[in-house]
Design a protein around this ligand. Sequence first.
Ligand code: AMP
Ligand code: GLY
Length: 420
Amino acid sequence: MKILIVGNGGREHALAWKASQSALVDIIFIAPGNAGTILEPRVHNVKINYTDISALKSFAKKEKIDLTIVGPELPITMGIVDEFHELGFNIFAPTKSASQIESSKVFTKKFLSRYNIPTPKYEYFTDINIALSYLDKISLPIVIKADGLASGKGVIIAQNKKEAKNIIQNMLSGNLFGNAGKRIIIEEFLYGKEVSFIVMVDGKNILPMATSQDYKRISDNNIGLNTGGMGSHSPAIINNDVYQNIMDHIIYPTVFGMSLDGNPYTGFLYAGLIIDELGKPTVIEFNCRLGDPETQSIMMRLQSDIVDICMAGCKGILDQKQINWDPRYALSLVLATKGYPNNYINNQIIYGLPKKNFTNSKIFHSGTSLNGNQLITNGGRVLCITAINQNATVARKQVYKIAKSIYWNNIYYRTDIGYS
Ligand code: AMP
Ligand code: GLY
């Protein structure tokens, strides 16, 4: 089979790495990939930007691609799936309409309320004065969310009224996130533990991925700016009751509701949840894709054939598939460049990358490229080190030992991944 993976981050490197182990695969193309993906056997980088849907379509036609797997949300929300379906191609991701579950928070909030799926109380606004008068009636902290996609930055937690007022004004006037912020949600702040719950869906059947947790804040002790994720581990620490509660009250009704609405969901579905102290899960967001760096920890534990199950997802036969997980604990640490998630410098030479591969650890590339033969940084999140072990402490020690051997100008990483 010929596979096309769309994207260039650590998530896509992990997918390509796993797909390259599939007995079904002859060749894997990744558009555009990075300096790590080209090192994997049978994987070829293709110089096409992941948002260039027409070039991706032409490539898929020319190469007669059997299966396409899409990593990032942007091409999905732009409609890559609808366009590939028109040509009769297998592609595992949701349609543009189903991807509104990520691209419009208002869409999702209305959907969740309609199907009685637990989510924080909210109101949505397009008018500054109406939003400000609502602010006078509620207690803080509150969460202010841009309706549309804002590169993971569109959610701000306001601790006091002055801050909240500023954010509301700046979002609704378009100063902060352009059109994505011209409609906002003001949402109740929930206390609890965050869990990433990712499942595969084929329109009706569900195959859950291993549970995971990521670390969204930039600094140790979960403080500072929100990022795409600075580390992850799998499994998440949740018991069987909570797991079943998530399936029964969140995942099943979501997949059923989408189908009932005539908007069936196919692809990876990522529920961002807060679990309160009584173990009750609440949805704070959905993503229409896998998480990064959750995928790196999850792929490290996946023992089944990723290509086989994604193909089953496209064909609507996930109920015929089983998924097997390595019971060991996987931990991922993101190595970033200082300044991320705001401004940072690129093109820094990366030193100290181990030459050989180890069986219980893997370095996934995110923002890397080659300058001649020289490996350089090319993005805020640069590498992701993943290790697997029966013992969480050993996995953590291994990851941090590898991290210490790697260096570039302005390297930055959290020192507490896996501790909380
Ligand atoms: P989102 O993009 O909606 O996942 O929000 C980004 C981050 O903001 C989440 O990972 C949480 O840490 C935080 N967050 C979002 N909504 C809430 C909420 N209602 N209560 C508490 N924290 C939240
Ligand atoms: N790690 C969070 C995300 O992928 O959205």
